[in-house]
Design a protein around this ligand. Structure first.
Ligand code: NAI
Length: 420
């Protein structure tokens, strides 16, 4: 009998037949969802026989929802994600015209999905712009609710912008606005709570995965209280709550100052010998350089919203995976999570049986990992690895492979099922 997934004592309780809502999505959504669901069900069957099975529950959003109900995001859809905790979605078209929030943003805000999780790895066979894509293996934890992306901004010339400037100038003594008459303004809130919950999630993930390091990526050298605060609070959290499992470069620097380099080096080596995870930090611009020069230095990344946006796409591009990158938005405190294809609706190829379902498939693999059904994700990834290695892929990838063999979406699905 199908049942709800619940969340008790900070843990997901997953029944053998969980109900999981899905949004098919617009454009290529229908094709890639059909492909993905077939592969998910086969992989679950392969892993657990008839002991486990997902009961997929279709909910509407986007253009399809609008056509059928007159609403881009019907209340039932939001309620389903609230009730069933975990969901998966294909791409949604953003309605043209003002006043309508992006549907993805609405979901994120309503469920307070504070982590945007983006794993980045290379699949052998996929063409990339870097020489050693196999060295790129990172998981990005991007803060999803704060920062300059909070949407608190005013256009130049409006009464609000004038009022804000007046306040800043007259009451806060601000003299640094270069062109006050024609400036727009944006506010960048970064809190201790917001930073800590993001960093805690990254740390717990790193511990569970036995990752070698966590890197805090920030621009605290310039934005001292927001990005600098993020770094400071992250180190404080790591040292306060996880001292038995982590060693921070903040501790290293303090030791170096008080007892000298030798003592600090010794402590670092001892931490490595004890297989503690090293927590370090790097300024964003240096990080972007380093990811090209020595990507092997990085594993789990924790960062703020804007940085995370840039970093996710650069890293995905480095492994040739921008079109197949998966993602998830998660609230680890309530269990709510939505897994998604990160590309758009691809209107140019919709209905042509050409779309690549890999982004949705890999986000499904993340979903199964999140449920603790690790075997399913493994099966999907292994099958995908062997197809790409043979040069078998949909046209978006196959056209760049030296001996690429182009498959339609349905052929790709059949091959995946055969390779499970
Ligand atoms: P897009 O990602 O839909 O398309 C960009 C290019 O990538 C196109 O050439 C397309 O054919 C190709 N492409 C995308 N997904 C593919 C797949 N699965 N297989 C093969 N090729 C694929 O971005 P675009 O054109 O900027 O946006 C179209 C619509 O999607 C817009 O309404 C936009 O707002 C929406 N969108 C939705 C997102 C979401 O729901 N997460 C993310 C990005 C855009």
């Amino acid at each position: 009998m199908s049942e709800k997934i619940t969340f008790k004592n900070n843990q997901l309780q997953v029944p053998a037949n969980p109900i999981i809502p899905f949004i098919e999505g617009d454009g290529v959504g229908k094709e890639i969802w059909q492909s993905a669901q077939t592969i998910f069900d086969k992989a679950v069957e392969k892993a657990y026989g008839n002991k486990r099975k997902v009961d997929w529950k279709q909910v509407l959003a986007g253009g399809k929802a609008f056509d059928q109900t007159g609403s881009w995001m019907p209340d039932e859809t939001m309620d389903a994600f609230k009730t069933y905790l975990i969901g998966i979605k294909g791409p949604l078209m953003t309605p043209v015209g003002g006043g309508i929030r992006s549907l993805n943003v609405a979901l994120r805000q309503e469920l307070d999905l504070f982590v945007c999780l983006r794993p980045v790895r290379w699949f052998k066979g996929v063409e990339t712009p870097v020489k050693h894509p196999e060295k790129v293996n990172m998981t990005i934890f991007r803060e999803n609710t704060e920062d300059i992306y909070a949407g608190i901004e005013w256009m130049e010339g409006t009464d609000e912008a004038k009022k804000l400037y007046k306040f800043l100038h007259e009451e806060m003594g601000v003299t640094k606005v270069r062109f006050p008459e024609t400036s727009s303004f944006g506010i960048k809130p970064v809190s201790i709570e917001g930073s800590e919950r993001l960093v805690r999630a990254a740390i717990e993930y790193a511990i569970a995965q036995k990752a070698p390091s966590i890197t805090l990526v920030h621009k605290g050298n310039i934005m001292k209280f927001t990005e600098g605060g993020f770094k400071q609070w992250a180190y404080a959290l790591a040292e306060r709550d996880f001292s038995d499992k982590l060693f921070t470069m903040n501790q290293y620097e303090k030791l170096k100052k008080s007892e000298g380099s030798e003592a600090a080096d010794k402590a670092l080596q001892a931490a490595k010998d004890a297989q503690k995870i090293i927590v370090k930090d790097v300024i964003t611009d240096a990080f972007l350089q380093n990811t090209l020069l020595k990507p092997e230095d990085y594993s789990v990344i924790a960062t703020l919203n804007l940085n995370g946006d840039y970093i996710s796409d650069q890293l995905a591009a480095m492994v040739g995976g921008i079109g197949i990158a998966p993602g998830a938005n998660i609230n680890y405190a309530t269990g709510h999570a939505i897994f998604e294809a990160t590309h758009g609706t691809a209107p140019d190829i919709a209905g042509k049986n050409q779309a690549n379902p890999s982004s949705l498939l890999l986000s499904g693999a993340m979903l199964f990992d999140y449920l603790g059904w690790f075997e399913v994700g493994q099966l999907i990834i292994k099958a995908m690895e062997s197809l790409f290695q043979k040069g078998k892929a949909t046209v978006d990838l196959a056209r760049f492979m030296p001996d690429g063999q182009t498959l339609t979406t349905s052929q790709f699905t059949e091959e995946m099922v055969a390779h499970l």
